[in-house]
Design a protein. Structure first.
Length: 225
């Protein structure tokens, strides 16, 4: 990947998410969790933010234990007390809010309290202009979450293979890769764009020659039919 393009794309991407809520919808993508880890690392490189982490399953307690300056909350019926504690943290300094995979909530019979809790967190993210990040499986997400929660994230990204595209924003269409401790980003259509730029940068004589070649190819195709 072109280092300059990588840096430009990364900075642009971080600028989109640095003060907003973002959800990453993955499609059979086992690398989604690793991508989130790398995004958080890059965000904290630009701005040293303490992390507030929300998780649903007690088995996830040790996840992200390698991240420094992190305060974790296991959410299980303790909605009000957790919100009070989070509010106190946010009132003192900027934080990054990390919410565990929303797909896990499909196992619950009643997701209404969780949706209400997360709606308040989304409101707090907007109020304090802080980043809030989560992810969810596009295939396994509960309809209730899809309809009543996901639309209220400021940014919704779709992950497929090595492509990350922002819904309703054609300018954020990125090819990504994670290697070791590094995150690599570049415009998804960069190669095609470069070809187009090359065509438009042709001299008048070169364009005439290109038109001649294209015309000959079309005529040969018609003759062969």
């Amino acid at each position: 990947m072109d280092t300059n393009k990588q840096n430009q794309t990364l900075l642009k991407f971080l600028d989109v998410i640095k003060e907003n809520s973002s959800v990453f919808c993955y499609d059979k993508n086992p690398r989604a969790e690793e991508l989130i880890r790398q995004i958080i690392k890059e965000m904290r490189t630009k701005e040293t933010l303490p992390v507030i982490r929300i998780y649903w399953n007690g088995n996830e307690e040790q996840n992200y234990s390698d991240v420094d300056s992190i305060t974790s909350f296991h959410l299980f019926r303790n909605f009000t007390s957790t919100l009070i504690k989070i509010e106190k943290l946010l009132s003192r300094s900027r934080h990054l809010i990390l919410v565990a995979d929303l797909t896990t909530l499909k196992q619950l019979q009643n997701t209404r309290p969780y949706i209400h809790f997360l709606s308040i967190l989304l409101h707090k993210s907007a109020e304090y202009k802080i980043p809030m990040i989560s992810l969810v499986s596009e295939e396994e997400i509960k309809p209730q979450l899809r309809n009543e929660l996901i639309p209220y994230f400021k940014n919704e990204f779709v992950l497929k293979d090595t492509r990350m595209k922002k819904i309703s924003d054609e300018l954020i269409d990125i090819r990504y890769d994670t290697v070791g401790d590094a995150l690599y980003l570049e415009p998804y259509m960069q190669n095609d764009i470069n070809k187009i730029k090359e065509i438009f940068s042709l001299t008048t004589e070169e364009k005439k020659e290109l038109d001649k070649i294209v015309g000959q190819s079309i005529e040969e195709y018609r003759t062969s039919m």
